[in-house]
Design a protein around this ligand. Structure first.
Ligand code: C2E
Ligand code: MG
Ligand code: MG
Ligand code: MG
Length: 281
């Protein structure tokens, strides 16, 4: 490992001592996090938080489930750090399956408590979505917990969709046939052409927060938001804007035809009890 880092540092040039040490720390940390992932699953250090989505009319339209790792010594490790490691080690299969089942279990718990029309969106990882058995895995989670197929939404990213467009189209069709909706996450950050947007029969696209956060700040990003909203509406797709942090962003989006929003301006991701309390409020 040290040799590798040394080689990397050499490749970068001679004045890279800082990078060199950072690389070792980084590699070491990745290595130990990787090893701790399996234990984390068995020791139940993962949990889901739920971020509400809002309609422009001011009601909660559903939640997105987001995974959290409460690490015994490091504290909260964000998913962007450990999902890639879980993919590299193959543990994503276990973890992804746990997320699906836990989200379905939570939906069932809410259903029993009288909240029947709740929807939860679950994020897929690339490895998970490419799995032969993904359709049966998703259906098994739904059936095991006796919930409606229509209470589940599957989020895939544009990048994932593009890895194998034919597979993606057949998966979207198969999920929708059963009543499960599919949303295209982080839209605008991948490399898919507009041609593909019309080929992927998703129920909604989620405009990436990097565009939303530049509304009124960066002219080009603001134009992209406008363009996306108009393309999406002419394709009769639904749209969710993610990462809405300010009143100005929310108002701008609503004014330009966006009907569903998600972001810290409305609410942070919440533990299940607070999520429901938030709805009732
Ligand atoms: P994502 O699916 O695009 O989720 C949205 C991310 O943006 C979440 O970060 C959320 O907490 C954050 N966010 C929401 N509103 C705002 C806002 O107003 N401002 C800012 N700055 N951020 C906001 P989080 O929870 O750290 O998740 C990051 C990514 O990790 C997710 O992006 C998703 O790709 C992945 N992820 C999360 N949970 C899961 C999971 O259960 N399975 C898989 N495969 N991936 C997951
Ligand atoms: Mg998402
Ligand atoms: Mg997103
Ligand atoms: Mg994202």
């Amino acid at each position: 490992r040290a040799e590798m880092a040394m080689k990397k540092a050499k490749e970068r040039g001679k004045n890279n001592l800082v990078f060199f040490t950072e690389d070792i720390v980084d590699d070491r940390q990745r290595f130990s996090l990787k090893n701790e992932l399996y234990e984390a699953i068995t020791k139940r250090q993962f949990y889901l938080v739920y971020q509400p989505k809002w309609s422009w009319e001011g009601v909660v339209t559903g939640f997105e489930a987001l995974i959290r790792w409460q690490h015994p010594t490091r504290g909260m490790v964000p998913p962007d750090e450990f999902i890639p490691l879980a993919e590299e080690t193959g543990l994503i299969n276990l973890l992804g399956d746990w997320v699906l089942k836990e989200a379905c279990r939570q939906i069932r718990e809410w259903n029993i408590a009288g909240i029947r029309d709740v929807t939860v969106a679950v994020n897929m990882s690339a490895v998970q979505f490419a799995k032969e058995t993904i359709l049966t895995d998703i259906c098994a989670a739904v059936e095991e917990h006796h919930i409606l197929y229509s209470s589940l939404i599957i989020e895939i990213t544009e990048g994932m969709a593009m890895q194998n467009p034919d597979w993606t189209v057949s998966m979207i069709n198969a999920l929708q046939k059963r009543g499960i909706r599919v949303h295209l996450d982080d839209f605008g950050t991948g490399f898919s052409s507009l041609n593909y947007l019309s080929r992927f029969p998703v129920d909604a696209i989620k405009i990436d927060r990097s565009f939303v956060q530049n509304i009124g700040v960066d002219k080009r990003d603001t134009s992209i938001v406008n363009a996306l909203l108009s393309i999406v509406s002419s394709l009769q797709l639904n749209v969710v804007a993610e990462g809405v942090e300010t009143k100005e962003q929310a108002e701008y989006l609503i004014r330009h035809g966006c009907r569903e929003m998600q972001g810290f301006y409305y609410s942070k991701p919440l533990p299940p009890k607070e999520a429901i309390a938030f709805c009732e409020k």
